[in-house]
Design a protein around this ligand. Structure first.
Ligand SMILES: Cc1ncc(COP(=O)(O)O)c(C=O)c1O
Length: 430
């Protein structure tokens, strides 16, 4: 398999785009450079085609953006028609309130909705609403990723260019660590405006974890924000909050919402959302009411409800998860691999081996899967386009590749077997 055009494009891109791309998680350093595709030309269903014409089964689905499958004809037709109507206007369009109504109908916490283009902006607006409502400053985070804005990244290692002062307002906790979250809330509730979290991060919530967080926040005048960029319209059409039956005050959606078209939504309780009618509580974007994405969102949600999309992704995801578990057991790789998460969004957790790093193991798994037509990135988000035969094929590939991994570990030869520049980046949640 050749990657010459990907490599050529990478070298050209590096001259004009810092890192070679504008999206962190599409950074070529997440791939084995020389043994993996770096740029994609087109995609259809659950298959992507790189610049060199290689075809791959995809499970990252554009960083969890694609739920129905790439290039869904009905969604595309709705968006194309909106483009032909002129796309964006001096005033807003009707589709904005039609989609807001739909979200209010299906998402439990949604009483009002505002749209923008990306999750970072919606998260920032949610924090602003919480701070203004409670007149408090501090924010609890619970692992997870909430975009690139300063309020959040100040508390992460990716904090250059941000006043250090801002990190003092963030109190970071680990997912499922109820004890320390409870302690923080007990000690500092008079300063804490919000607790923001993804409903699930890789591992499932411990029994009562989300319910207890709901109770603690409610009792202490803390706004509970669910960042549902990934769980929204995927675990359930009503999001993680519907699936877990824990209803936050505010929630952020995006990704699956418009099946690839750029759209994000901040939804929540009226008393919080209504603050945006105060001109001094400001949240606005020029492109927020662009009609193609709103039309795509309306069509996407209609298809999810009409075609049993959620039960399909659960079924495909479960087949994949069970199959991967069996392969891990078969090759006795349990000390370095684990498959975790709910069926529609599973993660292959890699633990370092005594001789090899996580990124070296990941590189080898990716390289060997890519050779066999599966673009392995570590997580699997099944889409409506994946069919049983795709999952069966993927499991066949993983069976071979995990077997090769076992041999490479036993013979201590894994490092020598990596044919390109190994993966060197670390995920946003690391
Ligand atoms: C849970 C979560 N929140 C927020 C964001 C930020 O969204 P965006 O990249 O659209 O700004 C992401 C993006 O991956 C995300 O996964």
């Amino acid at each position: 398999m050749k990657f010459d055009k990907s490599l050529e494009n990478y070298n050209n891109a590096l001259e004009v785009i810092p890192m070679g791309t504008s999206t962190f998680s599409r950074n070529p350093n997440f791939f084995v450079i020389g043994s993996s595709p770096l740029y994609i030309k087109e995609a259809k269903g659950c298959r992507i085609y790189d610049l060199d014409g290689n075809e791959f089964l995809d499970y990252a689905m554009a960083l969890s953006i694609i739920l129905l499958g790439y290039s869904n004809p009905e969604v595309n037709a709705a968006a194309k028609s909106a483009i032909d109507d002129g796309l964006i206007y001096t005033l807003s369009c009707q589709e904005e309130s039609v989609l807001a109504k739909k979200i209010i109908e299906i998402v439990p916490c949604a009483e009002m909705v505002r749209f923008v283009k990306n999750g970072s902006d919606s998260c920032e607006a949610a924090i602003k609403l919480a701070r203004n409502y409670t007149k408090k400053l501090k924010i609890i985070t619970v692992s997870g990723y909430h975009g690139f804005h300063d309020w959040f990244t100040s508390s992460t290692p990716r904090n250059k260019g941000i006043p250090q002062l801002m990190s003092e307002w963030i109190i970071s906790h680990n997912y499922n660590d109820l004890e320390s979250i409870e302690k923080t809330i007990k000690e500092q509730s008079s300063d804490i405006a919000a607790l923001i979290m993804e409903p699930i991060i890789n591992y499932e919530p411990k029994k009562g974890f989300l319910e207890k967080i709901r109770k603690l926040t409610e009792d202490n005048n803390i706004v509970l924000i669910f960042d549902e960029m990934k769980t929204g319209f995927r675990l359930d059409v009503g999001g993680g909050q519907k699936y877990f039956n824990v209803i936050p005050d505010l929630a952020i959606f995006g990704k699956a919402l418009a099946n690839g078209f750029p759209l994000s939504a901040l939804a929540g309780k009226k008393h919080l959302m209504k603050q945006l009618e105060d001109e001094k509580c400001f949240f606005s974007a020029s492109y927020a009411t662009e009609k193609a994405s709103l039309a795509a969102g309306i069509k996407t949600l209609a298809i999810i409800q009409r075609d049993g999309v959620i039960s399909h992704v659960w079924k495909m995801g479960a087949m994949l998860k069970d199959g991967i578990r069996k392969i891990i057991d078969k090759y006795e790789l349990n000390s370095i691999l684990d498959i975790v998460g709910l069926a529609p969004m599973t993660h292959l957790i890699i633990f370092p081996d005594k001789d090899f790093s996580v990124n070296e193991i990941r590189s080898y798994l990716q390289q060997e899967s890519v050779k066999r037509g599966v673009l392995f990135v570590g997580y699997h988000h099944a889409s409506f386009a994946h069919q049983s035969k795709d999952i069966e094929y993927t499991l066949q590939v993983y069976d071979e590749v995990f077997g090769l991994l076992k041999d490479a570990l036993l013979s201590c030869s894994l490092r020598n077997k990596i044919e390109g520049k190994p993966i060197s980046a670390f995920s946003l949640r690391d």
